[in-house]
Design a binder for this molecule. Structure first.
Ligand code: ZN
Length: 328
């Protein structure tokens, strides 16, 4: 039986159950918050959460809400620069009962600290492998997957280095990769090409945010490579309205891709990116709509069901796919 690392230790892949493959318990830049303690991470989109208390309360509340909707596990791709904190994640898991699958990796669209500029991809891969094999941040909590990202600037030199490091760590350990992508810039073909050049197993690679486009030709070009795709930003019309995301998923189901797709929301229990007034504007403008951990179980799944998704397809996307992608 394949196994998966969680913040509470290793489990059988069969114990994952219903899994949201891309949800964040926190999103807060670690350098900003280490340097300026007075800065709240609670630039959350939900003012009620701020009144409820700190980041931990907000994360526990989100985790409880997920558990209440039958979610057993989340994969949390909070890597370096997003405020990864495995002690925090374990606390949330302890308090809520939600299984949380942590990652290693670096989330950057280009910038890398000077530390990494004069070190090569192998040195970076060594750190990812240590997280996978020994433990994260001095704990025995091990990373289950590797995160990297490419966005509007494209696959820059630094981004390429992170991708090569992710691929090498995957080759050395068998750990799967989740690659944040930007369909509007068509980043994924180059990201996949780098993984291929490094000899990574593409059946271990998930291209996150593929659901930000409804261009089926583009999506099928990726699927032809044998990767997984994340239809993982429901509730974010700022990238693509749900009215276009849902029919795209339905068409891909008709074409037989249930066993290649993940549904998730990329929600953040708290996020420090937006000052309140900006968050308010985004919500008022309809750019962000019910964007939270409940989005998929509460809204998206019922809608897909109503429009013809079978229970078997649902089970494949929400349970079996996570076992196959994460289990090793
Ligand atoms: Zn994310």
């Amino acid at each position: 039986m394949a196994s998966v690392e969680t913040v509470k230790g290793q489990i059988d892949a069969g114990e994952l159950g219903t899994t949201l493959i891309h949800e964040h318990l926190i999103n807060a830049d670690e350098a900003v918050h280490a340097q300026w303690h007075q800065v709240p991470t609670l630039g959350t989109l939900d003012e009620e959460l701020v009144e409820a208390g700190g980041e931990l309360d907000a994360a526990v509340e989100a985790a409880n809400a997920a558990v209440g909707l039958g979610v057993k596990t989340i994969a949390d791709p909070t890597a370096m620069f997003l405020g990864r904190d495995v002690a925090f994640m374990r606390e949330v898991s302890d308090r809520s009962g939600l299984q949380v699958v942590p990652c290693t990796g670096i989330y950057t669209y280009d910038y890398l600290p000077q530390f990494f500029v004069l070190r090569d991809a192998d040195a970076m891969a060594d750190l990812f492998v240590a997280d996978i094999e020994e433990g994260i941040q001095g704990t025995e909590i091990k990373a289950a997957f590797i995160k990297c990202a490419a966005d509007e600037p494209g696959v820059t030199e630094n981004v390429e280095k992170v991708h090569r490091a992710a691929a090498r760590a995957s080759v050395r350990t068998g750990a799967p990769i989740m690659a944040h992508s930007r369909p509007a810039s068509e980043t994924a073909p180059r990201q996949i090409e780098i993984f291929e050049e490094e000899g990574a197993d593409l059946s271990r690679v998930q291209i996150a945010h593929t659901g930000d486009t409804d261009d089926l030709d583009y999506i099928e070009r990726l699927l032809d490579k044998g990767v997984w795709i994340g239809m993982d930003r429901f509730g974010l019309p700022i990238f693509l309205p749900d009215e276009q995301r849902v029919p795209t998923v339905l068409t891909l189901l008709e074409r037989g891709y249930a066993n290649r797709m993940f549904l998730s929301a990329d929600s953040c229990a708290t996020i420090d990116w937006y000052p309140f007034e900006v968050a308010e504007q985004l919500i008022e403008a309809g750019m962000v709509k019910d964007w939270n951990i409940k989005k998929v179980p509460e809204q998206v799944i019922p809608e897909l069901r109503e429009k013809g998704m079978t229970e078997e397809q649902l089970e494949t996307m929400m349970v079996s796919n996570a076992q196959s992608w994460l289990g090793r």
